[in-house]
Design a protein around this ligand. Structure first.
Ligand code: IPE
Ligand code: IPE
Ligand code: MG
Length: 228
């Protein structure tokens, strides 16, 4: 009998916070607040999962600066508050924080918070939670190519993969919530051979129970990697 696929790296596009709030007659910012609660639940689930090593979450894209300043400012403050309050949770569940994306554009205060949480959690080993912040896949790849060129190396799959914001780990499964079926400039390199699952559930409604069902689906798929 076929062995189930092992899930090591789960990538998620957390989408639908605004629509979740609109449906309830609330401000979009309420949706983001509720969404932050799901980040905690899903991260905890993944930390306890026997095979998941990395969870990469799309939290703010290079395109999200197009949103009204008020919403962007809110998201920045929410991120700062979330990370600051989350340290005990990261420690309790043995989760390490990593970041991909170009955070130079963030305020010095937020950059300091990120550095602090990364430092505090650096030795945790159950799960690496990778937050994609001011992240765009094209931006990441261009920065990586320039790093390789600046180092005087040949551009190969290995050198480019190693020059990405986190050393390249293949994503096994991509989940996008909210019914949209697109990548929105997310992990183009890392998702090359991932399985994709799109769910209509809006991110603030996405619970560990549903993730478990989606992981079962993933485990039963046939991954051929170009072979037969
Ligand atoms: C995802 O939810 C969160 C971010 C992109 C920061 P959205 O804010 O995109 O919610 P919708 O897609 O408008 O419902
Ligand atoms: C992708 O969602 C970015 C994040 C989830 C952070 P968007 O809502 O920004 O993407 P589009 O605009 O629907 O492609
Ligand atoms: Mg959206």
């Amino acid at each position: 009998m076929k062995q189930p696929n092992t899930l090591r790296h789960l990538a998620v596009i957390m989408d639908g916070n605004g629509r979740w709030a609109n449906e309830r007659g609330l401000k979009r910012t309420k949706g983001h607040e509720e969404g932050a609660e799901r980040v905690r639940d899903i991260t905890t689930y993944c930390a306890l999962h026997p095979t998941i090593e990395s969870l990469t979450l799309y939290a703010f894209s290079t395109e999200n600066w197009k949103r009204p300043k008020m919403e962007v400012d809110f998201l920045m403050r929410l991120l700062d508050r979330y990370l600051t309050n989350e340290i005990p949770v990261y420690m309790e569940h043995n989760v390490r924080l990593e970041v991909i994306g170009d955070i130079d554009r963030f305020s010095k205060k937020l950059q300091k918070t990120i550095a602090k949480v990364k430092g505090t959690t650096a030795n945790n080993t159950s799960l690496t939670q990778v937050l994609a912040l001011n992240y765009g896949s094209r931006d990441e790849i261009i920065r990586a190519v320039n790093r390789v060129i600046d180092a005087g190396e040949a551009v190969t799959e290995e050198s480019l993969g190693a020059a990405l914001d986190t050393p390249y780990v293949d994503a096994d499964l991509l989940v996008r919530t909210s019914g949209e079926q697109r990548l929105s400039n997310y992990l183009l390199w890392q998702l090359s051979y991932a399985e994709f699952i799109f769910t209509d559930t809006l991110w603030p409604d996405f619970k560990p129970d549903e993730l478990e069902t989606l992981i079962d689906q993933y485990e039963g798929r046939e991954r051929r990697f170009g072979g037969i």
